[in-house]
Design a protein around this ligand. Structure first.
Ligand code: SF4
Length: 406
């Protein structure tokens, strides 16, 4: 459906004014990844777990905002920017940011400082005061209220702007689609014209996004995109309208996939995994009984670990003493301790062994499927499901639960 089709459809619906649907580029990509996930996040508003990369990106963005947020030069020194970064970084704890260990938090802090220093040194002497920083605007268009947050906008006169988006993740490759959204919305944004008038005293008829760039901070790489053509914007906008129409129609079917499901915080609610016995990693549970049992378990496990270590030390001491005394057994406190030897073999070149066995017609005497290999086959997603099921149907599964202590 094209933008004009949507317009006609809404006009035909007439009279009743439906409130605009809140929209953004991230909502678009999330819906396209999995509509069900979109529903969990934006309709049901189920909170997701904190992600360290968001906290990391936020602190880097804040430091760059601090660097450029001056009315006129001089810009803050590198020391001042790094101090700001450190202060921002320590505002919330590593646990609240979602880090698994304090060490990883510290590694990211060091990496963040490195990135800021490298960025500062590369551009030192060429900093210019931007038009806008972290510019957030909501523009109503085609029944949507579209939000964009532009990290940096520079003004080059006569209504022309350059939009910069900072990236702090690993992925260097970028597609210009996010920038299509920025171009479309900035050019419709009345507030932006007002800001040009207030800051530069220039009354402009329209805003024109001349260039958009992604700046990948970890590699100090710029990806420039020239202004998109009307055709590119039209195609992109049709995509936006198709997705928003599906959201309005409450089409939230799950779209399972290895990547998106693996990192999905909503698995325990997802119909795709409804028949799987899914256990959330961690959930805030208030139970004194559980807490006491967990503490006791930790305490005894610690003791068990120590005892096992002591047993190992005593075992090797006893072996030495048995050998020295040249005895095979020893009786103490009515019990007999026997020294038993078991040989442990390792064959590194398995292929060579198989060759020898085959050459000597001995292979049939040893080849039998090993449990570990059968399980590998059952879990091998590259094999057809029918074969995996055929194998698993022949087995019996019993659940053995254990705990690991980290
Ligand atoms: S688990 Fe997979 S299918 Fe279910 S909501 Fe998440 S991404 Fe979508």
């Amino acid at each position: 459906m094209s933008p004009s089709d949507f317009r006609k459809k809404r006009e035909k619906a007439g009279g009743k004014k439906t409130p605009p649907l809140f929209f953004s580029f991230s909502r678009l990509t999330l819906y396209e990844e999995c509509p069900q996930k979109y529903k969990f996040k934006y309709v049901d508003k189920i909170p997701e777990k904190p992600k360290p990369y968001f906290a990391f990106g936020h602190s880097i963005h804040s430091a760059l905002e601090f660097l450029y947020k001056v009315k006129s030069p001089p810009f803050p020194s590198l020391r001042e920017v790094l101090d700001f970064f450190e202060k921002d970084w320590n505002k919330i704890s590593w646990i609240e940011k979602g880090y698994s260990t304090e060490e990883k938090h510290m590694q990211d802090f060091i990496e963040g400082k490195r990135m800021i220093e490298a960025y500062y040194k590369k551009h030192m002497g060429k900093f210019t005061v931007p038009f806008l920083l972290e510019y957030t605007t909501d523009v109503e268009v085609d029944g949507l209220k579209v939000r964009i947050v532009a990290d940096k906008i520079d003004y080059t006169g006569e209504g022309k702007i350059i939009i910069t988006d900072y990236k702090t993740g690993k992925d260097i490759k970028r597609s210009p689609e996010q920038l299509y959204m920025y171009q479309k919305i900035c050019e419709l944004d009345e507030a932006l014209k007002e800001k040009v008038r207030n800051i530069y005293g220039e009354k402009v008829e329209k805003i024109r996004a001349e260039q958009m760039l992604f700046y990948h901070i970890p590699s100090l790489t710029e990806h420039k995109f020239e202004r998109a053509s009307s055709e590119e914007i039209r195609k992109f906008w049709s995509r936006v309208l198709n997705v928003s129409e599906r959201i309005r129609q409450e089409k939230f079917e799950p779209n399972p996939g290895e990547f998106q499901c693996k990192f999905c915080d909503f698995r325990q609610y997802c119909p795709i995994f409804a028949n799987e016995e899914y256990i959330p990693q961690e959930r805030k549970v208030k139970s004194t009984e559980l807490e006491e049992a967990a503490k006791k378990f930790l305490e005894i496990s610690e003791k068990q670990k120590k005892i096992e270590e002591e047993v190992e030390i005593l075992k090797s001491k006893l072996v030495k003493l048995f050998k020295k005394e040249q005895i095979q057994s020893f009786s103490v406190e009515g019990k007999e301790i026997k020294l038993v030897r078991r040989d442990k073999w390792v064959f590194d070149d398995r292929e060579e062994i198989i060759k020898i066995l085959k050459e000597n017609n001995l292979y049939n005497r040893v080849s039998r499927p090993l449990m570990k290999e059968i399980l590998n086959l059952i879990n091998d997603s590259t094999l057809p499901n029918s074969i995996r099921r055929k194998i698993s149907d022949k087995g019996k599964k019993t659940e053995i639960w254990n705990f690991e202590i980290e």
